[in-house]
Design a protein around this ligand. Sequence first.
Ligand code: UD1
Ligand code: CA
Length: 454
Amino acid sequence: MNSAARSSRSCLAVVLAAGEGTRMKSDIPKVLHQVAGRSMLGHALAAVSQAGADRVAVVIGPDRDDVAKEIGAALPDAEIFTQRERLGTGHAVLSARSALARGLDDVIVAFADTPLVTVETFMKLRAPLAEGAAIVALGFEAKDPTGYGRFLMSDDRLLDIREHRDASEEERNITLCNGGLMAIRGDIALTLLDKLDNKNAKGEYYLTDVVAIAQTLCERAVIAVVPEEEIHGVNDRVQLAQAERMMQERLRRAAMMSGVTLVAPETVFFSYDTKLGRDVVVEPHVVFGRGVVAEDHAVIHSFSHLEGAKISKAAGIGPFSRLRPGASIGPKAKVGNFVEIKNADLGPGAKVGHLTYLGDATIGADVNVGAGTITCNYDGFGKYRTVVGEGAFVGSNSSLVAPVTIGKGAFIGSGSVITEDVPEDALALGRGRQVVKEEWAKAFREKSLAAKRK
Ligand code: UD1
Ligand code: CA
């Protein structure tokens, strides 16, 4: 999919995920908090893999089974290393020693709490290694450099990175700062890392010190520069919300650039994996959970919430529809207001216009499901299926008690409770018979008024 993925150079990515995250004030580890429907760790793992990493090593804190589980789900081939004590970024990278010792061509170091770094940036970071650079550090022009490491440059060569706490007054005036991510030539990575010490203001093994060490070995370090927002790190919930906003802006832009109409983009929320075809129209205030695909010309009307759903060509959803996992809406089908669909297939051209719940159902082509229809799919223990054949007509306010099958072209009278299968082309009525008493109301009124006058 991209040039680095096709590169002949092998690449190890070391993803640092041992963050403390105390400022999140959360029972969930920081790197598992989500941005656009995926954990920040998941974003980092996806980006490094797409940038061509053949092997991925993730460094996590002690006793983090939850983080290990997420890694297993997101990238089963990743190797997990534990950093027992937090002794600095250099120490964290060295926790993956056995992976580093395998000697891949390129090593990239990524942080699991900077979810906005793109695949392109990781590729940009790797590129100079192929031309002989020992280190490429990722930099940005900081609006406020406080707290960041400063780049000490000589022309386009990076001589050293000075951490804020260790910097002189003069060095603190530098605004070209270290974003933290780095690429290191694989043949030299361990040699550089093994020379790190902790003689600095924080008493930590700084990854950044590999730059000065490289100079002593006559090796060259250079920088790649990206906009500040891309290396936005998340330490608290405010920064998490800022990351979400920036990610949503990216996803909206990408959708529009690929031919999707967003009437009010700022009100539409995407998942990282939302897939929308050409000429899809999304009206204001629509939320996409994970795993939604909408094919060409589908229209999603306002206030709909979609998750794990497939919407076929030219289907119409909403306003106020809820599609839950396993909903599959056929071509030109219509799902209207206050309709919830879960684990159900709706055939081509089928219509479910109003106030309906379809769960565990197969609805054939061109079926009309009347307002207020409910599939009774659950008896408190098991879930059962409802099948409605092609061209059937389900009258309003019907309850379809599963398991039940309604044949092709059958007709269900309004207000029916259907508990038994209905043959093709039959009429089924499952309701009390209507009783009409002529003149009853008039007689009732007269009697009642007379009683009141007494
Ligand atoms: C680091 C850089 C700094 C840069 C800044 C950008 C170093 C020494 N400094 O500083 O130059 O401007 O990032 O945000 O690298 N981590 C571990 N184990 C540790 C320490 C850190 O896994 O022992 C992980 C953290 O979880 C985090 C990342 O490494 O994901 C960066 O660590 P952090 O302490 O935030 O580094 P900074 O001091 O911000
Ligand atoms: Ca930081």
